[in-house]
Design a protein around this ligand. Structure first.
Ligand code: DPP
Ligand code: ZN
Length: 873
């Protein structure tokens, strides 16, 4: 397979001013008639007369004509990746008729069937599976789309823009024509057809235009669309208030489909969503699910400006739209919920999954310089680290200058396909700040490491922080230059109060630009202050400072920065768990440091704290995060240490957990507001600790909660605890009851699969194998694969890493199987195996063996080939 380089970018030789499409939909034989009004690009220096159009090998070409002249097969050549027309005039109309087979499209790219509906997914390069085209984001065109289909099975026919015409045709068929007045690249094209129901509402924009809002879904899911609708209206208002961005079409549609590779897609005026990111009801959806729906609806809506009105020049610029849009949706969620809790959640994901990616064989900068398959670059790095980089710009500029920069960016580039350099230039021009060094964040991969030390001269009243930065080598990048990054700090006196700093505030943003830098604070008196470093996680780095455990307990109690109070609890937890892990590895008795449980006790007893924060602080660092912090991951020792600590805390704080459980119980009907979510979080955390004692009365409490729950959050929490407990009878009872009750709800059944796949008790693999034959499971539905296979491989380290290699072999078999069905999903599944260098030699050998077996299995997709081959280096 071919490597594509950013440095080879050239402007397109041809442009497509107008794209007229006609779809004649049939399940196994759909005709696509395309009429493209094209001309040479005046900005291109290419003298070529030949026109190359992207087109997947699955396309069956029936007809090609230029300016109404049908071409003969001497006039063009067809290859596996497209169509070359040997000689074209300077401007012309190209017509093609192509046949495709949506029914057999299991890759879920292009036009495919999801449970009887027709739908599309064109980002990044799916449009070339629909018709021959210049399938690149810098070719923007006005689209009209006519869809013709059977009237009974496809009463609803949707595409981008506004419906401008419709009618009946012969044979019980009908058609609708859509026109999208905004020029767009092909990746934003969408088509949906089927027997869909919808809910409708409207929104009046800040300039007083009325927009119709419609959300389409299967009829049985109509009662699960309210939350998405509310989230959509909130997003539209927020984007007007915070960014001054108004919606631009008369209609905005969302469609829910069950078969979808990703979370959702921002197609112009017609967003297509994975059901898991749009359906929500108290009975079937957890609090986490409600928040995901809110966040993803916002994310896709925000793309209308950061992505659609201003799009990417090429796919190396993907983070231009994704990093910025994740930053926007995360600020939206912070405004509508608890800001600190949202930050903790985002940082937890970043520090486990993204830091691991940055330390692995697929590490890449947020603007990569090469790739084989772009689908592999929809990564934590592009999205989450990309958002952190935008957040750092926000921190360096402050909200007002950042807004000035974003206004300039949108005004300057509206209707264009641009680069991350253009984004940074707008921020720089609007603020007068120099971002030259800052741009290294776009070019260098890897997670920077900060080592902080301090000096205090009480006589002079000077406190000094010394910060060193470095960044480990990543594939293809051995040497890294220093980054420019904001380090937000506070200094805390011995009474726990913030000291006023040089800037007159209690938090100051230090700008680190050198490999080593000293920052002095004057007018500091009394005992040496305790530094609160990297407040709000102001930069995506690993930070080391030699805190004592007592200092961490102190910060947990006194830091005025909510994020850093939590961070202190995590650092203390890491320290305690690392000692336990070491003791376990040396076969020594495990001794628990009571400072941790005592600190937990005081947090648990403080009823002035937000229960959501209490739940976060009392959650020990995850096994995934603990793994990320060590050179060689010993999954068994980490699991044993963490389990020991949980049991110890549960026994020490049993009475307090019982009290918290009762205090957070509510007789109010379910509501997914932040306060209620917070109470449920603390209540279910308390229950989890209580069950950890293995006392029968606490297992009964879980069973009572399972039996009486009126919402999925409480029901699923209890289910998980019982299934993962040692009470086999209770486990099989609740699994049977749960399945019986929810067998018609596909998304709930996915939870049922995941709970079983993530059971840390030994022997889970056999259960997973059995579940693959369950009628609820199919390899063709990505949500099912994620629920069962990914949950096993990514959320069950003890079973996945069994020393007989069975977990690895199981995963490799699934990857080989999926490679033929759905390469994007297959490639995602390789992730746990790519981390082989982090494990013991014995496990390394087993994992590498499986990677090699995948490599040798023949006819690999570019997706799987790229990840496996890079991992074997
Ligand atoms: N562009 C999509 C999103 O992130 C991914 N398919 O919203
Ligand atoms: Zn996105």
């Amino acid at each position: 397979p071919q490597v594509i380089y950013l440095k080879d970018y050239q402007v397109p030789a041809f442009l497509i001013d107008q794209t007229d499409l006609r779809f004649e939909l049939e399940a196994t034989k759909t005709l696509v008639k395309a009429r493209l009004t094209m001309r040479k690009n005046p900005e291109s220096h290419s003298q070529q007369r030949a026109l190359f159009l992207d087109g997947d090998k699955s396309l069956v070409l029936h007809r090609v004509a230029i300016n109404d002249q049908v071409l003969s097969d001497k006039d063009y050549s067809r290859t596996d990746d497209g169509l070359t027309i040997h000689d074209v005039p300077d401007s012309f109309v190209l017509e093609t008729v192509t046949e495709i087979n949506p029914q057999e499209n299991t890759a879920l790219e292009g036009l495919y069937r999801s449970d009887g509906f027709y739908c599309t997914q064109c980002e990044a390069e799916g449009f070339r599976r629909i018709t021959f085209y210049l399938d690149r984001p810098d070719v923007m065109s006005v689209f009209t789309t006519t869809i013709e289909a059977d009237k009974t099975t496809c009463p609803v026919l949707l595409s981008n823009g506004n419906a401008i015409d419709s009618g009946d045709s012969e044979g019980g068929r009908h058609w609708v024509t859509w026109e999208d007045p905004f020029r767009k690249p092909a990746y934003l094209f969408a088509l949906v057809a089927g027997d869909l129901s919808h809910v409708e509402d409207s929104y009046t924009t800040m300039s007083g235009r009325k927009v119709v809002l419609q959300i389409f879904a299967d009829k049985k899911d109509l009662n699960k669309l309210d939350h998405a609708m509310t989230s959509l209206k909130n997003s539209m208002r927020w984007d007007e208030e915070v960014y001054g961005r108004e919606y631009d079409l008369d209609i905005f549609m969302i469609v829910a489909v069950d078969f979808f590779n990703m979370g959702a897609m921002e197609n112009k005026g017609l967003n297509i969503f994975n059901t898991s990111c749009v359906l929500a009801s108290p009975q079937t959806t957890t609090d986490l699910g409600f928040q995901r729906v809110e966040g993803v609806v916002a994310h896709e809506y925000f793309h209308n400006w950061s992505g659609n009105r201003v799009t990417c020049r090429d796919w190396f610029q993907l983070s231009l739209k994704e990093g910025f849009t994740v930053f926007r949706d995360s600020e939206f969620s912070a405004d509508f919920n608890s800001r600190t809790v949202k930050r903790i959640e985002d940082v937890s994901v970043l520090r486990t999954a993204q830091f691991a990616e940055d330390a692995g064989p697929m590490a890449h900068p947020i603007r990569p310089s090469s790739f084989i398959e772009i689908s592999n670059f929809y990564t934590m790095t592009i999205y989450e680290k990309g958002a952190e980089v935008v957040r750092m710009i926000h921190t360096l500029l402050g909200p007002d200058l950042f807004r000035k920069g974003s206004d300039l960016y949108f005004d300057r580039h509206d209707g264009q396909a641009v680069t991350t350099d253009d984004f940074v230039a707008a921020m720089s021009d609007a603020s007068g700040r120099d971002f030259t060094q800052f741009k290294r964040w776009y070019e260098q991969a890897g997670t920077p490491e900060l080592t902080v030390s301090d000096e205090y001269d009480p006589a002079a009243g000077v406190y000094t922080l010394i910060i060193q930065q470095s960044c480990p080598a990543t594939p293809g990048q051995n040497e890294k230059l220093p980054f420019h990054l904001p380090v937000a700090v506070g200094l805390i006196d011995d009474q726990g109060a913030d000291l006023p700093l040089t800037n007159g505030q209690t938090t100051q943003v230090l700008e680190l630009t050198e490999a080593e830098q000293r920052f002095e604070f004057t007018g500091i008196h009394g005992d040496k202050p305790v530094p609160s470093l990297l407040r709000g996680f102001s930069a995506p780095v690993k930070l080391r400072y030699p805190y004592s455990r007592d200092e961490l307990v102190f910060l947990m109690q006194h830091d005025s920065d909510g994020f850093n109070r939590w961070e202190a609890s995590q650092k203390l937890g890491v320290d305690v768990l690392q000692s336990l892990t070491a003791a376990y590895q040396q076969g020594e008795p495990l001794a628990f440091d009571a400072r941790l449980s005592e600190a937990y006790r005081s947090v648990l007893l403080d009823e002035t704290l937000d229960p959501a924060m209490v739940a976060k602080i009392l959650t020990l660092p995850s096994e995934a995060y603990l793994s990320e912090l060590v050179d060689e991951i010993d999954v068994d020792a980490i699991h044993a240490a963490r389990t020991f600590a949980r049991q110890h805390i549960a026994n020490a704080l049993e009475a307090e957990f019982i009290a918290a459980y009762e205090r957070c119980s509510s007789s109010e009907p379910y509501s997914p507001d932040a306060d209620s979510i917070a109470k449920r979080a603390l209540r279910n955390l308390s229950l989890a600790y209580l069950v950890e004692t293995e006392k029968p009365q606490h297992l009964s409490l879980a069973r009572t909660q399972f039996d009486n729950a009126d919402n999925m959050t409480d029901s699923q929490a209890a289910l998980g605890l019982l299934v993962h407990s040692n009470d086999e009878v209770a486990a099989s009872e609740v699994l049977a009851i749960f399945y019986e009750r929810w067998s018609e709800e596909s998304l709930v059944v996915n939870q049922w699969l995941s709970v079983q796949a993530s059971d840390p008790k030994l022997g889970t693999l056999n259960k997973v194998l059995a579940l693959m034959d369950h009628p609820a499971f199919t390899m063709r539905n990505p949500n099912k694969v994620r629920a069962l296979i990914s949950a096993f491989a990514m959320q069950n380290p003890v079973n996945f890493h069994q020393l007989d290699g069975s977990g690895y072999a199981f995963l490799a078999d699934r990857i080989i199987e999926l490679n033929a069905l759905n390469p994007q999903i297959a490639s995602r599944l390789v992730t746990p195996l790519t981390r082989w260098k982090r494990y013991s030699e014995q496990r390394q050998a087993l994992m590498k063996n499986e990677l090699q077996r995948i490599m040798d299995s023949g006819s690999l997709s570019t997706d799987v080939y790229e990840v496996v081959s890079k991992s074997l280096v």
